[in-house]
Design a protein around this ligand. Structure first.
Ligand code: S3P
Length: 425
């Protein structure tokens, strides 16, 4: 599709859609808990619908009124063998977290997904799950989807030092640990998003968190809850950056989740001299974020902040093209195993628009400030690459940006283009 270019400015307010990570987990926790749960502000995007449909196929009693989703959970033991392999679509979160849930179910299930998901590594979850007693293998004995999992009622607890910083792996192991007999201890490489820990507690479970060490004794029974999903800071990020780099802009993003393990992008924007204000609501979990057009300077991104902004790195790379100086992003090798290899995809697509950007083994080096020009680019099937490129296109004067595979944006933000149109002056 032809993208909107040369924006005259973005003004106004936008309510941000529900958080993707929390929407997935809300269906999962509600399904494995006992009793009724209700989920408000669920993200109706392709990825989260993969989770919803998977739990329906596992026998979940789920009533979707379009506004609220009601789930009548009957515990882990209420899950039933599905009649066919489960379609994970594009969703790594569904696949990996579900693997941890299926670990304790006494039946065989096969998970399959789209082309991108079928190339993503699953040994990071299957190796520790095997230690807990699960059998399973990917297609032709590789680690890749289609993945068949044979759960067991006799899951062993695990003592595991994680080799990668991954909330998906951590969460899979916590779901398995909730079903195992005894205490599991998980040591994170770096602290990653803590939604699974928070929701375990919200659903009445017990988990001890001491820095990067987590302790959970199973088996545990969880109880149904009411969940209100906060807005997704990872979706808000595209508009935060647009508001900072498009001339004549000032926008307020409402209902943004402010969980401390997700707000790394705010720190980066502040370090770059961006004009940003955060106004938390009474609950302190959500708030308004206001940004306006700013003169930006380069910064360094790396170390323990990386997992707190891992999904925002493509849009941070674009931000850096509009900052004076050299921005270095490091410790981000995980970008290579996202929906695309995001180090390569960001480099290749932004270079087509004139950015000065060099890939490294674990990140990117970006020299700014550069004027971007038109070109033919592709999301390569990656939603965040697609949204980053539309944000870049807003800066292009006197040229056209054509985006191939723009439909990938529906994976996490089905109303992205409408939201942008609302802010146009
Ligand atoms: C997610 C964790 C992150 C993130 C993904 C969502 C989650 O993945 O990139 O979009 O909901 O747990 P990793 O665990 O692979 O880093």
């Amino acid at each position: 599709m032809k993208l909107q270019t040369n924006s005259k400015g973005l003004q106004g307010t936008l309510k941000i859609l529900g958080d993707k990570s929390i929407s997935h987990r809300s269906i999962m926790f509600a399904s494995i808990a006992e009793g009724a749960s209700e989920i408000h502000n669920f993200l109706r995007a392709k990825d989260c619908l993969s989770t919803l449909n998977a739990f329906k196929a596992l026998g979940g009693k789920i009533k979707d009124t379009g506004d609220v989703i009601y789930v009548y959970g009957t515990g882990f033991q209420g899950l039933k063998k599905p009649s066919a392999p489960l379609d994970m679509g594009n969703s790594g979160t569904t696949t990996r977290l579900l693997s941890g849930i299926l670990a304790g179910c006494n039946f065989e299930v096969t998970l399959f997904g789209d082309e991108s998901l079928s190339k993503r590594p699953m040994n990071r979850v299957m190796l520790p799950l095997r230690e807990m007693g699960v059998a399973g293998h990917g297609v032709h004995d590789t680690e890749f989807l289609p993945l068949t999992i044979y759960g067991t009622k006799n899951l062993k607890p695990i003592n595991y030092q994680m080799p990668v910083a991954s909330a998906q792996v951590k969460s899979a192991l916590l779901f398995a640990a909730l079903q195992a007999q005894g205490e599991s201890v998980i040591l994170e490489k770096e602290a990653t998003r803590n939604h699974t820990e928070e929701m375990t507690q919200q659903f009445g479970g017990e988990i001890a968190v001491c820095g990067k060490e987590l302790r959970l004794t199973g088996p545990q029974m969880l109880k149904g809850q009411k969940i209100v999903v906060p807005g997704d800071i990872s979706s808000a990020a595209f508009f935060m950056v647009a508001g900072l780099i498009v001339p004549n802009s000032k926008i307020t993003l409402k209902n943004v989740g402010l969980n401390k393990t997700r707000t790394g992008i705010i720190d980066v924007i502040k370090a770059m001299g961006g004009k940003i204000t955060i106004a938390p609501y009474k609950d302190q979990r959500t708030g308004n974020i206001t940004v306006e057009t700013s003169e930006l300077k380069a910064t360094a991104v790396g170390g323990e902040i990386t997992p707190q902004l891992i999904d925002e790195l493509p849009i941070i790379a674009l931000l850096a093209t509009q900052a004076q100086g050299v921005t270095v992003i490091k410790d981000a090798e995980e970008l290579k195993v996202k929906e695309t290899n995001r180090i390569d995809a960001v480099t290749c697509e932004l270079q087509k628009l004139g950015a000065d950007i060099t890939p490294t083994d674990d990140g990117l080096v970006i020299r700014g400030k550069t004027k971007l020009h038109g070109g033919k680019v592709t999301s390569a099937g990656d939603h965040r690459i697609g949204m980053m490129l539309q944000t870049a296109a807003l800066l292009v004067q006197g040229g056209q940006v054509e985006l191939e595979r723009s439909e990938a944006i529906n994976i996490s933000f089905p109303t992205f283009f409408e939201s942008l149109a609302k802010l146009e002056v």
